[in-house]
Design a protein around this ligand. Structure first.
Ligand code: C2E
Ligand code: MG
Ligand code: MG
Length: 647
C-alpha cells in the first residue's frame, strides 16, 4: 500500500498495516484445515458447502463495503458543500462589512478592535491601522466613554443582549460627531468569551437640526432669552423638585416694564425693541448664573430663582435686578430711565401647576403697578380676592352700559368775568345694584382695560348730544363737554359715528366739546392728532383735560387742533397753598393766551381761589364752589334761571 502511495515504508507501520493480513491468512488456513478435516470425515459434500458459504460471505462483505463507501462519499460531498457555503458566507460578510454605509467594528472580548470597516474609518477620519488593535473605547469622546462602559457591562451580564445608545465619537478634526450605536454580542469563535459587533450611524446633522429647532421653540428671537415655553418647562421641573424635596425653594419674579407703550409710541418700534434688548441684557448680567431669565412676551419678563437658602434672598435679588434695570439708557438720542414693576411669589405656597404660579406673580406685579410702579410687590392671598372682585365688577359693567344703572350728571362751567353759565361737563355715574355708586376713576379704567370703553363712550356721546339738542332749542349758545378716552381716538369708525351723532341731533357746530386728558393725548400723539383733525372738520371742539400733569411738548401744543386748556384741579386747589402752584397756573394762563386758546380752571373750591383766577384773567372755571355736578333736571332749571336773569 505504501509503495502504491509512494510513501516511506517504516517497519513498525508496515507491521501494524499488514499484521491483519497475516491474521487473516492464519485464520483462513485454520478454517481451510477444519474444512479439509471435515471433508475427510464426512465426504466431499462438506467441501462444496464450505466453498459456497465462503462465496456467500465474500459477496455479502463486498455489498456491505460498497454501501459503506457510498455513504462515506455522500458524507464527504455534504461536508464539501457546507465548507463551500461557509466560504461564500464569509465572502459575503466581508463584502457587506467592507461596503456598508454605516460604520462597523468587531471587538474581542477584551475590547480590542479586530476588524473595522472603511465607513467607520471615514467617519473617524483616520486610517484603519489607527483603530485596529486598540480598544474600542479609545475611539469614543472621553465624556461619553464612561457611560458607554456602564452600558456595555449591563448588556454583557448573561444572557448577553444587544443594546443601542447615542454617543459622540472622537473625530480626527475635533468636530462634534454624534452616532447612534448598536452593539450585538456573539460568542468568540476561539472560545475566548463574548465578542461584539458594533454598528454606528452618523446622526450629527439630524441632532444639530433638532437642537436648533428646540432652541427656536424655547427662546425669544429678539432678546435671545428663554421664551414663555422655555420658562414653563423649567418652572415645571422646579415645581416637581419641591414636591420631591421639601428643602427645595424657588421664587418667581414677574416683571413688566413701566410705560413701555409710551416709548413705542413716542420713539417708534425700533426704540422699543432696543429697550427690550437692553433690558434683557441687564437682567441677564444682574442675575445669578443659575437663574433663568425669560421674556414671556411684549414687555413682560420673568425670572426663576432656584435653590434659595431663604425667601428674603429673592426679594433682595429682585431689588438688585430692578436697580440694574433702572440705570439711564441712551436710545436713539434720547436718555430714558427704564423702570419695571415686579411681582414675586414663592414655592412655599404649595403650587401644583405652573399656571398658578404665573397667575399669582402676575397679580403681585399688578399690585406693584397700582402701588406706584417701579417697585416690588410680594404675592399674598388678598390679591386673589381683589382680582376676583375686579373681574366681577368688569362683568357687571358689561351689563350696566346703556341700562338705567348708568346716568350722566352735568357740572356747570362758568365764564369768570362776568360770571355766566357757558356750558356743562357731562360726567358719568354708575349706580351698582349692590355696591351703590362706583367712582368713574375706577370703572372708566376698568372699561379701558376690558375693551368696554368704546361702548361706554358711545353711550355718553349719544346721551349728552341728545340732551344738548334739547337745551339748544331754548339756548342756542349752550355747550356740553364729554370725556373721551385716548383709546377712542385710535378706533376705526369713531370719527364716522361722532359725525352721525352730530348730524342726527342737528347740533350747532362747535357746541359739542371732547375732553381728552393730557396724558393719554401725549401717549398716542400720532393717532390722536389725525383723529382730532378729522373730528374738528365735523364741528367738534377739543379741550385738554387735567392740563399740567402730562408734560406736553410746547411745539406740539401749538400745532394741535385744540380750543381749550383745562388746568388740572390739583394746581387750582393748591393756589393758596404755595407760590409754586400759583406760578404753574399763571404759566398755563399765559401759555393759553400766547397760543390763542381758552383756559378753564377746574376744581375751584374757595372764594380766594376764584378771585385769584379772575385777577389772573382765566377765561372760565368749574368747581364745587360754583356748582357741583347735578342731575339733568337741575341743569335744565339752571339754564332757565340763567336766561331769565340779565348778566
Ligand atoms: P375730569 O374729566 O377731570 O372730571 C372732573 C372731575 O372733578 C369730576 O370727578 C368732578 O366731579 C370733579 N370735580 C369737579 N369740581 C370739583 C371740585 O371743586 N373739587 C373736587 N375735588 N373735584 C371736583 P368725577 O365725576 O369723579 O370724574 C372723575 C374722572 O372720571 C373725570 O375727570 C374723567 O376723567 C373721568 N370720567 C367721568 N365721566 C367720564 C366719561 O363719561 N367718560 C370718560 N372717558 N371719562 C369720564
Ligand atoms: Mg373732564
Ligand atoms: Mg379734569
Amino acid at each position: 500500500m505504501a509503495l502504491k502511495r509512494g510513501a516511506h515504508l517504516r517497519p513498525l507501520q508496515w507491521l501494524a498495516g499488514t499484521s491483519w493480513v497475516a491474521a487473516l491468512y492464519i485464520a483462513a488456513a485454520f478454517v481451510a484445515g477444519l474444512v479439509h478435516l471435515a471433508s475427510l470425515q464426512f465426504g466431499p459434500a462438506v467441501l462444496a458447502v464450505s466453498v459456497a458459504a465462503v462465496f456467500a460471505i465474500i459477496l455479502l462483505l463486498r455489498i456491505s463495503f460498497e454501501r459503506q463507501e457510498a455513504e462515506r462519499r455522500e458524507q464527504q460531498a455534504r461536508v464539501d458543500e457546507a465548507e463551500r457555503e461557509a466560504e461564500l458566507n464569509q465572502k459575503r460578510f466581508t463584502a457587506a462589512f467592507t461596503h456598508a454605509a454605516i460604520g462597523m467594528a468587531v471587538a474581542r472580548p477584551d475590547g480590542t478592535v479586530l476588524q473595522v470597516n472603511p465607513a467607520l474609518c471615514a467617519l473617524l477620519g483616520v486610517a484603519a491601522d489607527t483603530v485596529l488593535k486598540r480598544r474600542f473605547c479609545d475611539s469614543l469622546h472621553p465624556d461619553d466613554a464612561v457611560q458607554f462602559r456602564r452600558r456595555l457591562q449591563e448588556a454583557l451580564v448573561p444572557p448577553a443582549r444587544a443594546f443601542s445608545t447615542v454617543l459622540r465619537l472622537n473625530s480626527a478634526g475635533g468636530a462634534e460627531l454624534w452616532v447612534s450605536l448598536h452593539g450585538s454580542p456573539f460568542d468568540d469563535p476561539q472560545g475566548l468569551g463574548t465578542s461584539l459587533i458594533y454598528q454606528m450611524q452618523d446622526i450629527t446633522s439630524r441632532l444639530l437640526a433638532e437642537r436648533r429647532l428646540h432652541h427656536i421653540a424655547h427662546h425669544d428671537t429678539l432678546t435671545g432669552l428663554a421664551n414663555r415655553h422655555g420658562f414653563h418647562e423649567r418652572l415645571a421641573l422646579a415645581v416637581e423638585r419641591t414636591r420631591v424635596d421639601s428643602a427645595e425653594r424657588f421664587a418667581v419674579l414677574f416683571m413688566d416694564l413701566d410705560r413701555f407703550k409710551g416709548v413705542n409710541d413716542s420713539f417708534g418700534h425700533q426704540a422699543g425693541n432696543e429697550l427690550l434688548v437692553a433690558t434683557a441684557r441687564r437682567l441677564r448680567e444682574a442675575a445669578r448664573p443659575d437663574d433663568l431669565v425669560a421674556r414671556l412676551g411684549g414687555d413682560e419678563f420673568a425670572v426663576l430663582l432656584e435653590h434659595l437658602p431663604d425667601f428674603d434672598t429673592s426679594v433682595g435679588q429682585a431689588n438688585r435686578l430692578l436697580e440694574a434695570l433702572s440705570q439711564p439708557l441712551a436710545i436713539q438720542g434720547a436718555d430714558l430711565l427704564p423702570a419695571a414693576s415686579v411681582g414675586i411669589t414663592f414655592s412655599d405656597l404649595g403650587y401644583r401647576t405652573v399656571d398658578e404660579i404665573l397667575r399669582d406673580a402676575d397679580l403681585a406685579m399688578y399690585q406693584a403697578k397700582a402701588d406706584g410702579r417701579a417697585r416690588v410687590a410680594i404675592f399674598d392671598q388678598s390679591m386673589h380676592e381683589r382680582a376676583a372682585q375686579k373681574l366681577a365688577l368688569e362683568n357687571d359693567l358689561r351689563g350696566a352700559i346703556g341700562s338705567s344703572q348708568m346716568a350722566l350728571v352735568y357740572q356747570p362751567i362758568f365764564e369768570l368775568q362776568p360770571q355766566r353759565l357757558a356750558g356743562f361737563e357731562a360726567l358719568l355715574r354708575w349706580t351698582h345694584p349692590s355696591r351703590g355708586s362706583v367712582s368713574p376713576a375706577v370703572f372708566v379704567a376698568l372699561a379701558e382695560e376690558s375693551g368696554q370703553i368704546e361702548a361706554l363712550t358711545e353711550w355718553v356721546m349719544e346721551t349728552a348730544a341728545g340732551q344738548l339738542a334739547k337745551w339748544q332749542r331754548d339756548d342756542p349758545g349752550m355747550t356740553v363737554n364729554i370725556n373721551v378716552s385716548g383709546r377712542d381716538l385710535g378706533r376705526p369708525g369713531f370719527i364716522d359715528r361722532a359725525g352721525t351723532v352730530l348730524a342726527r341731533h342737528a347740533l350747532r357746530p362747535g357746541s359739542l366739546v371732547m375732553e381728552i386728558t393730557e396724558t393719554t393725548l401725549m401717549s398716542q400723539l400720532d393717532v390722536a392728532v389725525d383723529a382730532m383733525r378729522a373730528l374738528r372738520g365735523k364741528g367738534i371742539r377739543f379741550s385738554i383735560d387735567d392740563f399740567g400733569t402730562g408734560y406736553s411738548s410746547l411745539a406740539y401744543l401749538s400745532r394741535l387742533p385744540i380750543d381749550t386748556l383745562k388746568i388740572d384741579r390739583a394746581f387750582v386747589n393748591a393756589i393758596d397753598r404755595g407760590a409754586q402752584n400759583l406760578e404753574i397756573v399763571r404759566a398755563v394762563q399765559q401759555l393759553g393766551q400766547a397760543l390763542g386758546r381758552r383756559v378753564v380752571a377746574e376744581g375751584i373750591e374757595t372764594a380766594e381761589q376764584l378771585s385769584v383766577l379772575r385777577d389772573m384773567g382765566v377765561d372760565a372755571g368749574q368747581g364745587y364752589l360754583l356748582a357741583r355736578p347735578m342731575p339733568v333736571d337741575q341743569a335744565s332749571a339752571l339754564i332757565t334761571l340763567e336766561r331769565s336773569e340779565p348778566p
